[in-house]
Design a protein around this ligand. Sequence first.
Ligand code: HEM
Length: 392
Amino acid sequence: MLIPETWDLHRGQYWLRGRDPEHAVEFDTEKQYWSVHRYAEVVAALSDHTTFSAEYGRLIPDYPAEAFDGDLTQMDPPKHRQLRAIAGRAFTPKVVADLEPRILELTTALLDDVAGQDVVEFVRALAHPLPVIVIADLLGIPKSDLALFHAWTEMAVDPPAEFDHTDEKAMKELGESVADMNGQITEYLREHLAERRVRPREDLLTRLVQAEVDGQGLTEIQLTNFVMLLFIAGHITTTMLLGNTLLCLDRNPEAFAAVRADRSLVPGAIEEALRVMSPITQIPRVTMVDVEIGGVVIPKDNMVTLWASAANRDPRQFPDPHRYDPARDPNAHLAFGRGIHFCLGAPLARLEGRVALNLLLDRYPELRVAKTPLFKPNPAFTRVAELHLATR
Ligand code: HEM
């Protein structure tokens, strides 16, 4: 069995739908959105940004669009193109590649902290702190301020499990605490960005403040929203990737042995974990016109959920799709999306995964899962929240 039974059943629904030709596209009457499950249809939708808009907030009455300006994932061209160009310049492949020694140093220090322990809780020891410190380092946010960001991202990805959406009072309270937390983060970033304008440093905040396209820089709201996106996207997703990769390897001893024996399989082990346990399961879009997809007509102004997790197990695209195979080639999975919104941080996530996995394999020849991992059931994220690893 690849993953714990309870979680498998939960998530299995999406995989099964993705395998069933009758359910290529279907309407979820409860959630009021269309679900697209097959690989070909998900790729078609992600590749057609004029029909499938990323600005899904437009369907919400009184949606404060400017409040999300700068969140690339919710922007369409031409604004998206402009901001993406600026972001791409501040976040170049060289900036990422240059981080390798620092990532190695951080991983080494985090593993030194738990050296000698027979059992290590991997999420707390490495999978969570490593990406947080890396993205904070990159941005220029001091380590001492990370608690605020941690509380904020936890709230964003992990709202109360038994939350009753029909309870108006509880909804209001949740809305208020989210707004309060967003306010604190925005204020914090505003101060730091203002400071960088006066005293530039060697960090991403400074590069973003200084970046221009066609003589135009980013507005304050764009800057804060973009940094918030980077922080949340650059942090929790990579935590999930690290935990999921370890889990996939542990549940597939032959693959694990192959990766240990041949480290050139490490990148493949990470890609395959992204495919079978995609950290972000769904990608939202909204239709700009009536559109036929998978034999179904979706009317204009409808929400569409593109299930990357189901598409990534579509047997039409991936032979033996539930098999975890680090040598799978080709492996054109959709865990980082596709098209104009393709994940900006994919090279960083891959680098962190490669460095962390190699170091773990160097240090712990006997590494294995010590007890049933804790999954947080959440249809949006494939997330292992606790993973106890035996080190010898
Ligand atoms: C976009 C997944 C790591 C920054 C995306 C999208 C996906 C994704 C699926 C596309 C969203 C869409 O089409 O609407 C992941 C996964 C990661 C990861 C699975 C780790 C395993 C990172 C990191 C960063 C990052 C480390 C930054 C440091 C972004 C940004 C976008 C994005 C800025 C928006 C790009 C755009 O809309 O043009 N990511 N991501 N991600 N990701 Fe990631």
